[in-house]
Design a protein around this ligand. Structure first.
Ligand code: GLN
Length: 296
């Protein structure tokens, strides 16, 4: 039977069973299990469907019916210019995080000198999405990516292999800034999408997130601010003069993050994401702790 007929038949079966897999998603899933682009699926629609692809597609559909997120079923995810390997070892990259990369690229390009932008660190790299985007799109000399979970660090290393960027990306295992503090490296930027969900918010998260994505990539203590506090507490001495700390934050905690940053001596600037939500805190070591500055 032709690919398109098999795809339609299985999709129809599924539509009858649960009604929640649309044509676009079915085609994307077929593309993922066949190792094709969705456009190629269409171009090959009259060719014979390979039995192994059909069985992989059935398995993928069954996983989707159990609620497994699309990216985990497909095994890959698009992030900015990259096609990254993804599985439950790491959080699925979110579109908001693409905006964090954009801000860091802008900052890097405005730095002194026409050559390299210097070193950049990505704290809690997960799949490696931020680190690898900065390596591929930026002009940094080197990217150091830190990850506490050995499983996520292994996935990040697989993505470093897969992408093969010209700028070296080094994955180091450890908690937050710990793998950086005993070195002499100084960074143009330290960037992080840390866990920032509070305990109560975690319990209220959609089960598609809670049941499948790593809890430690999401929850950060009772208030959701533990990791953010740790970064504000330790990042300043690791930055070169003029260096930037760029954090993704919870949209409901911009004021709390600003106050926390000030407590640790940072001037904090909040930026909104594509959805118009306050999502990023860009900070520079700005004023002595306890001294109030004017509103940014
Ligand atoms: N925005 C993420 C969520 O949906 C949270 C990511 C994070 O904690 N860094 O679930």
């Amino acid at each position: 039977m032709s690919e398109v007929r098999v795809l339609r038949r299985i999709t129809d079966e599924l539509a009858q069973a649960s009604g929640d897999l649309d044509d676009g998603e079915a085609t994307a899933l077929w593309a993922a299990v066949a190792g094709l682009s969705p456009a190629e699926v269409w171009l090959r629609r009259e060719s014979e469907a390979a039995p192994d692809v059909v069985s992989r597609f059935r398995m993928a559909v069954a996983q989707r019916k159990r609620g497994v997120p699309f990216a985990y079923v497909a095994g890959s995810v698009g992030f900015r210019t990259l096609d990254l390997k993804i599985d439950p070892r790491a959080l699925i990259p979110r579109p908001e995080t693409e905006g964090l990369v954009e801000l860091v690229l802008e900052y890097g390009s405005r730095g002194p000198g026409a050559g390299s932008w210097g070193l950049v660190a990505d704290i809690g790299t997960g799949s490696g999405c931020i680190a690898l985007s900065l390596a591929v799109e930026g002009n940094f000399e080197r990217v150091i990516a830190i990850e506490q979970s050995p499983a996520a660090a292994a996935l990040a290393r697989e993505n470093v292999e897969r992408i093969g960027s010209k700028t070296p990306v080094e994955i180091r295992e450890g908690n937050l800034l710990a793998p950086l503090v005993h070195n002499t490296e100084r960074f143009r930027a330290i960037v992080s999408n840390p866990p920032y969900v509070s305990l109560a918010e975690y319990d209220a998260l959609d089960s598609s997130v809670r049941d499948f994505e790593p809890r430690e990539a999401l929850v950060s203590g009772v208030t959701g601010l533990d990791a953010t506090r740790g970064l504000f507490a330790g990042a300043a001495p690791l930055l070169e003069p003029g260096g930037l700390l760029a954090l993704e934050i919870d949209e409901g905690r911009a004021d709390a993050v600003r106050a926390l940053g000030r407590e640790f001596g940072w001037a904090v600037d909040i930026h909104t994401d594509v959805f118009g939500c306050p999502r990023y805190a860009l900070s520079i070591p700005g004023h002595a702790p306890g001294v109030t500055t004017s509103e940014e």
